[in-house]
Design a protein around this ligand. Structure first.
Ligand code: PMP
Ligand code: GLN
Length: 383
């Protein structure tokens, strides 16, 4: 019998897989894992078919199809007024999660410390630990989920190598503002501290709030890996395609890890995306498109006893049930699947120590009829 010394002894199966399976068993409406249930653009799927028929079926450039990287650089120039070099600063990856993993693997040495704000997307901490580094955890302020910068300053040590930020944030929907950027700048200036900015929800931002991308700030980009996902922008999470933007210096190391892990991403999809990215409306329309969904869901949820928390971005909205039950959020979420037929994600799953604020995350990237069906079930919950 062969056994191995686990690199991730505390890690089980992700909450998304667990909740999906339970949901399927109970035939429940799934507002758990983040993915749209409406179709993606047929123009974009047609472009993939065309690229395959046109013969784009062999390896493309290791760092990504050159034309796609050029289109990304043009988009960055237009949206964030920063000039980046597609040759040296952009790498196409099989998804945002992989981009984050690759950046952490390129950047971290055993014993390094990385500041992580919780609740956090569940891949961050294992991806730090698998590299022998340590996640230094800081809870976002309850209930607005802002960053407590004084605590960040207190937790910086000689070993701090990186600060991870995520805007708009999963699972809370909180967003960074100008003051957060100033704080990041003040804390990192003159140090060797890098920034990993997870911006996969860059276009899912509401209430006319601008997206404070690290890409707007060339001085911060010098020390940053900024990660994106085509899956979120084009309603195709199953494509698992994304990209990372960094300085040429940092990107050199990123690519060393990438070349022996994945080497190159699926070619015809990159050909199709390069063509489709010329349609700016497809992403410029997203804030309004998703804001309508958030507001529609919120209007339905008024008929339930659940209390909304703030969401300015992402396709998630958290609701509190602390006035309704003493149960842990995991037990409560299980009860909602079993007795009411609806899947949510307990927010404690995004804290390493399972901190339980009695809140559930709902994904509203769904057809109106799905949201209606879900809320029809939830209104039966006694107030
Ligand atoms: N970061 C966050 C915060 C996410 O929610 C996701 C979605 N899974 C990702 C990164 C990565 O997306 P993907 O790997 O599916 O492109
Ligand atoms: N980002 C998605 C979410 O938070 C799911 C990603 C995953 O299943 N790993 O729901």
């Amino acid at each position: 019998m062969i056994s191995l010394h686990s690199k991730l002894p505390d890690v089980g199966i992700t909450i998304f897989t667990v909740m999906n399976q339970l949901g399927a068993q109970h035939n429940a409406v799934n507002l758990g894992q983040g993915f749209p249930d409406f179709p993606m653009s047929s123009q974009l799927t047609d472009l993939v078919n065309k690229a395959m028929r046109d013969g784009f079926n062999q390896y493309t450039h290791m760092n990504g199809l050159p034309l796609l990287r050029e289109r990304i650089a043009a988009k960055v120039q237009k949206l964030y007024s920063t000039s980046i070099d597609p040759e040296t600063q952009v790498t196409i990856t099989p998804g945002g999660t992989y981009a984050i993993y690759t950046a952490l693997t390129a950047a971290l040495q055993p014993g390094d410390e990385v500041i992580v704000f919780e609740p956090a997307y569940d891949s961050y901490i294992p991806n730090i630990e698998v590299n022998g580094a340590k996640a230094v955890l800081i809870s976002l302020a309850f209930t607005d989920y802002s960053i407590p910068w004084d605590e960040v300053r207190q937790k910086i040590t000689a070993k701090t190598r990186m600060i991870m930020v995520n805007t708009p944030q999963n699972p809370t929907g909180s967003v960074l503002g100008e003051n957060d950027i100033e704080q990041l700048r003040a804390i990192t200036a003159g140090t060797g501290i890098m920034i990993l900015s997870d911006e996969v929800y860059e276009h899912l931002i509401f209430d006319d709030i601008p997206h404070y991308s690290i890409l707007r700030y060339p001085d911060l980009l010098e020390r940053s890996f900024v990660c994106f996902s085509f899956g979120k922008t084009y309603h195709c999470t199953g494509w698992k395609l994304g990209y990372c933007i960094s300085s040429a210096e940092l990107m050199k190391e990123f690519r060393k890890v990438h070349q022996f892990n994945c080497f190159t991403c699926i070619t015809p999809f990159q050909v199709a995306l390069a063509e489709y990215m010329q349609d700016e409306e497809a992403y410029l329309s997203l804030p309004k498109f998703y804001q309508r969904k958030r507001d529609f869901f919120a209007s339905l949820m008024k008929a339930t006893p659940f209390k909304p928390m703030v969401s300015h971005g992402s396709y998630f909205q958290c609701y509190s049930y602390s006035h309704l039950s003493e149960e842990s959020d995991k037990d409560f979420a299980l009860r909602l699947i079993r007795d009411y037929g609806i899947v949510t994600i307990p927010v404690s799953a995004f804290y390493k120590n399972g901190k339980d604020d009695k809140a559930l995350r709902f994904c509203f990237a769904k057809k109106e009829e799905t949201l209606e069906k879900a809320v029809e079930k939830l209104v039966k919950f006694p107030s």
